[in-house]
Design a protein around this ligand. Sequence first.
Ligand SMILES: NC(=O)c1ccc[n+]([C@@H]2O[C@H](COP(=O)([O-])OP(=O)(O)OC[C@H]3O[C@@H](n4cnc5c(N)ncnc54)[C@H](OP(=O)(O)O)[C@@H]3O)[C@@H](O)[C@H]2O)c1
Length: 236
Amino acid sequence: MTSRRRFLLTTLTFALVTPWRTGRGAQASKHMRIGVIGSGRIGGTLGGLWAKAGHEVMFSDRDIERAKRAAQAAGSNARVGTSSDTVAFADVVLIAVPYSALPTLAKELAPGLKGKVMIDPNNPIPQRDGDMALGPREKGAAVSTAAMFPGVASLRAFNAIGYATLQSEAHRAPPKLAVPVAADDPGALKLGMQLVADAGFEPVHVGTLAQSRIFDLGAPGAGAHSASELRKILGR
Ligand SMILES: NC(=O)c1ccc[n+]([C@@H]2O[C@H](COP(=O)([O-])OP(=O)(O)OC[C@H]3O[C@@H](n4cnc5c(N)ncnc54)[C@H](OP(=O)(O)O)[C@@H]3O)[C@@H](O)[C@H]2O)c1
């Protein structure tokens, strides 16, 4: 083999097998292991899109039958587990539950999520979540969720668009639907941008978790936009 061919082969092999790393050391290969905690409308929709994109997805839910339905709809790349099975299985975990459920879930799951990436689409809504939603609405949802999960690299995404729109507009003909994304951890950001694209949307990097307030529910960056419309709204 010539040295040029050996170089190309080595480079290709490296590109195929080298995992992404978060700043805290979590890893994800090209086909990731994704955990879904809360297999409702958002969890079921996104888990299904990722399974269809070739990722391995484990669904969990307090109601195992709900997780089974989500896994069945997602196809052969999907399976079901308990929440602790799901955390152990996954490189990256989507937690999609009512905001008021997060503090208890965080106590249970944060230790196992250390060094992994958590995707946070959760919106604090006082009418649903009660007074506990008021602080996060004031401070910003992403930083409030991240504070409950110390040591976990958090990615804010998928909070700003309804699940039915995510389901119907995934992989649409250009212009793709834009999904705003924010993270403090560069590895989580890279992984999240990839997962947004794999789900069939155009990721638009907005900035840090603190800066994600611009696409909190009710803020100008929330809603269904193309990437160019969203960048105009964000002033980019
Ligand atoms: N719906 C949307 O279009 C949309 C869009 C963007 C963001 N979001 C946000 O995404 C999150 C999930 O919304 P969703 O519409 O997917 O809700 P959903 O369809 O009602 O599903 C909620 C999931 O959370 C679980 N859950 C409820 N209470 C729980 C608790 N105390 N502990 C553990 N799990 C609990 C439910 O499990 P059980 O089966 O056990 O009840 C269910 O799997 C919310 O924070 C929402 O604001 C929603």
